[in-house]
Every structure is written in C-alpha cells, then in structure tokens.
Ligand binder design. Structure first.
Ligand code: NAI
Length: 468
C-alpha cells in the first residue's frame, strides 16, 4: 500500500480543521483532511448553525406574537415542528455542501474515515469510512478532533427523555416541559428557544449564577427577561440524580428538591475528543482532562504536530478554532504567527435577549486592581430599538480611568439586548486595537441604528455627552 504524502494532514473537518485546510491551501500547500463523520464538525452539524437556526424560529414566533402592536392582526395556529426541523436541516446541508465544494475548489483531498496519528508523528492511518483503510503522511499534522457533550453520572443519554445538544437539535417533537441542567451558553440558548416555542423551562445551575463568564449587568438583563417569560432559573443548586418514568423524568437537586419534566437537557460543558487520535503511542501530551497540551503557537509536545479547536484548552468557540487553524498554518510555514489574545476574544450568546462582549468584565477589572471607569447606556433611549420594539438591554463600556476622571484605554465592551451579536464588531476592534475613549468618540455612528448606543456610551466617558 503506497502512502500519499501531503504538506499538511489535518485530522478533523470542523471549524479548526477546515480553516487550517482552506487557509493552508490558499497559501499553496498540498493538504489532506480526514473526517470520520460529516464535514463542518460540531459547528455546522450539531452546534452553532442548527442552534441559531432554531433560535431564529423562536424569533419569528415572538415577532408574530407582538405583531398586533404594529397593527398587524395575525394569529398563530400551531407549530409545525417537522417543517422547523426540515428548514434547520436544509440550512445545515447547504453549508456542509458549500464547504465540500470549497475544499474541492482549493484542491484539498478529503478522506472519509477515522484518522489516527502514528508514533512517527508523520503517518496518519485512516480507517472505517468510505475512503477505505489507508495511510497518508504529512510534513506537518494538525489535530482538530473537536469535542463531545459531557453528561453527569446517572443521566443516560437517549433520543428524547435525557438529551444533549446533539439530540435536542433533532428531537422528534418539542417537549411540553424541560429541565435544563447547566445554565451556561448552550443551556441559556436552548432554554430561551424552547420557552419562546411554548415549552415550560426550568434551568438548574450549580454555580452562583447562570452565564458566569459574562458581565453581571448583562446577566441581569437575561435573567429579567427569562423571569418575565416564565423560565424558572435556580442557581447554586447541585443536581443529585433522576428517576425516569415512561413519559417524564424527575430530577433531584439541591436540598431534597425535585422537578419533573418531559425532557432533560444536559448542557454541562463539552469534553475534548482526543481519545480517538491514537495519541497514547506518540509524544503528544494530553492533560488529565483530555485536552491536548499546546504552546501559544498551538504546537503540541511532538515535533511538527499542532492542535487546534475544542481539543485544546481554549474557549470552545468556532471562531477561536478558525483563528487557531490559521495560526498553526502560519507557524508551520515558518512565518511569525502572533498568538491569540484569549482574554479579548469575542463572545456572542444568541439567547433572547442576546449577549455579546469582548475584553474585561467589571469584576475582572476590579479583581485585577485596575483603576477604571464605567459607562452604561440602556436601549430604552435608542430610536432604532424603540422602532423595533425591543428596548430591554444595555451597552456597558469599561475603560482605564485617567487622572481627570475621564476614560482612557477601552478594556471591555459588554452588550445585552436586541441584535447585539451583530453590533459587537466595533467593540471588539476597539478593545483589541487598544483604542482609547477619545479616539473612538471621534468616530460617527450612523443614525438611526442600535450601534449608536455604543458611540454614546464611549462619548460619555470623555466627560461630555449628547443624549445620555
Ligand atoms: P458551559 O461551560 O458554557 O456551561 C456549562 C454550565 O453547566 C456551567 O455554568 C456549569 O457551572 C454548569 N454545570 C456543570 N455541571 C453541573 C451540574 N452537575 N449541575 C448543574 N450545573 C452544572 O458549557 P455549555 O453551555 O455546555 O457549552 C459548551 C461549550 O460550547 C462552551 O465552551 C460554550 O462556550 C460553547 N458554546 C458557545 C456558544 C456561543 O458562543 N454562542 C453556543 C454554544 C456553545
């Protein structure tokens, strides 16, 4: 059996792997990508894309619910979940198909099968898929195996009673009631979507707050809205077990409390899928939690092997994986690759209301002993938000405090409210360009837009303001 040689062999066809493949191919490298399931990985197939598609269904429902205030008389007569799932799947299929086409156009060779790294750190064995059993070799290998949902002991996952995000995204019918275990990003997005579509939702969160890594003012916006919409949020409660009867699951939590629902959604984090890569026989170090150990350049402990995406211990976000994939390619090409500044990466949470942020939260600035100033402006005074009829939420800017009390360098931008995931861009640039309040306040915001509120909030830190 001959072994075809490539400049780079990438194991894993999710955002980390395919970004490395596309970027490397665009730089003239001969690339192979090995994928055991579907191109696009978690993000395209069972993550970002299908989840946001279902959240859009919830948005359509909310819009119709509020149509009468615009004088549009509309009545919702039902939810055709099969159509909802079909649309979600067609969006996924379109993007997965597009990705396949893009890889082909860039002349990336795609192997269908499970890829494992050999002890020489160059040979990758491929097995069990449509490409048959074969081996390839790479001048460099990039490990991008991704992650899988975690569960907790005593909660066996099935297709509709106790589910993770994988199953929920294709659940045959939406349950009348659900207990969401874990109030992180996935838990809050699914709780929001299900509640808007008519499910009675309870969130059980072990930590003192849901969305623990978000600024507390943004979390308050989400909690207030969840409460208004009837979502029960229980924080600081440990889940201790469950009993399943035919049509319902009773979850035990806290100090002898119970909650019963048709479906339990397990959203307690994701674990790295490093265990299928054959790493035991290699020099690639894996930490006790299963993350592949890397340096800031995403180099593993084995020569000429890089690792990117959810399989390393960095924020499990598709856009971080893209950045790491490109970083690894630059590094293996011998270019000066600037490491990722993980503190200031962009975060977007697509619950209703949405949350988006980059940089330090107020608590983090306080803990770091930074002398800072804060500006907060609410969407209640923003023309576009009033027009749209969605005024819950705020923009919060954290900046270094200058001697005269005005704002200096912008350290954190935190948004909660309507369309904020689409508004974070300039906040992200401001933080990462290390822009000052005076520099950003000089720029004009188009009117009427929701993004005016960002400009207004920055302007206020100069010591003068317009509306706020
Ligand atoms: P997460 O780490 O964001 O949240 C998990 C939550 O579960 C935490 O708040 C944790 O305290 C809680 N928890 C853990 N064990 C528990 C227990 N036994 N009982 C009650 N609560 C418990 O993980 P999540 O939401 O599952 O998401 C996985 C990854 O995917 C995250 O890294 C997330 O950032 C990423 N993701 C990002 C999205 C976005 O950026 N919009 C969307 C979906 C996922």
């Amino acid at each position: 059996m001959s072994t075809e040689h490539f400049d780079v062999v990438v194991i894993g066809g999710g955002p980390g792997g395919y970004a490395a493949a596309l970027y490397g191919a665009s730089a003239g490298l001969k690339i192979a990508i090995v994928e055991k399931s579907k191109l696009g990985g978690t993000c395209l197939n069972v993550g970002c894309i299908p989840a946001k598609e279902l959240l859009e269904t919830a948005t359509v429902k909310r819009t119709i619910d509020h149509a009468s205030m615009f004088g549009i008389q509309a009545e919702i007569t039902g939810l055709d979940w099969a159509t909802t799932l079909n649309r979600k799947q067609s969006v996924v299929d379109q993007l997965v198909g597009g990705l396949g086409g893009l890889l082909k156009k860039r002349k990336v060779t795609v192997f269908d099968g499970l890829g494992t790294l050999g002890p020489d750190h160059k040979t990758v064995s491929i097995s069990g898929g449509a490409s048959g059993d074969t081996t390839v070799s790479g001048g460099a290998v990039i490990l991008a195996a991704g992650s899988v949902p975690r569960s907790i002991p005593g909660f066996p996952i099935d297709s509709s009673r106790i589910v993770t995000s994988d199953e929920l995204l294709s659940i045959p019918s939406l349950p009348a009631s659900a207990v969401v275990i874990g109030g992180g990003v996935i838990g809050c997005e699914f709780a929001s979507m299900m509640s808007d579509l008519g499910t009675e939702v309870t969130i059980l969160e072990a930590e003192p707050s849901i969305l623990l890594n978000c600024d507390t003012d943004c979390v308050k916006v989400v909690k207030r809205s969840f409460k208004k919409r009837g979502i029960t949020v229980r924080e600081g409660v440990m889940v201790t077990g469950q009993t399943t009867e035919q049509n319902q699951v009773t979850v035990n939590f806290g100090d002898g409390e119970q909650v019963t629902a048709e479906t339990v959604v397990m959203s307690v984090g994701r674990r790295p899928a490093s265990d299928t890569l054959g790493l035991e026989a290699t020099q690639v170090d894996v930490d006790p939690r299963g993350f592949i150990v890397v340096d800031p350049q995403c180099r593993t402990t084995a020569v000429d092997v890089w690792a990117v995406g959810d399989v390393i211990d960095t924020a499990q976000l598709a856009h971080i994986a893209f950045a790491e994939g490109m970083l690894a390619i630059k590094d293996l090409m011998g270019e000066a690759a600037v490491p990722i500044d993980y503190v200031n990466v962009p975060w977007c949470i697509y619950s209703h209301p949405e949350v988006a942020f980059a940089g330090l939260t107020e608590d983090q600035a306080k803990e770091a002993g930074i002398d800072y100033v804060v500006s907060k402006h609410r969407f209640t005074g923003n023309g576009r938000a009033i027009i749209v009829g969605e005024t819950d939420g705020l923009v919060k800017i954290i900046a270094q405090k200058k001697a005269d009390g005005t704002g200096g360098k912008i350290l954190g931008v935190h948004l909660a409210g309507p369309w904020v995931t689409e508004q974070l861009g300039q906040g992200y640039l401001a933080v990462n360009w290390e822009a000052t309040v005076d520099e950003v306040a000089h720029f004009i915001q188009p009117h009427p837009t929701m993004s005016e509120l960002f400009g207004e909030s920055v302007l206020a830190l100069t010591g003068r303001s317009l509306h706020g």
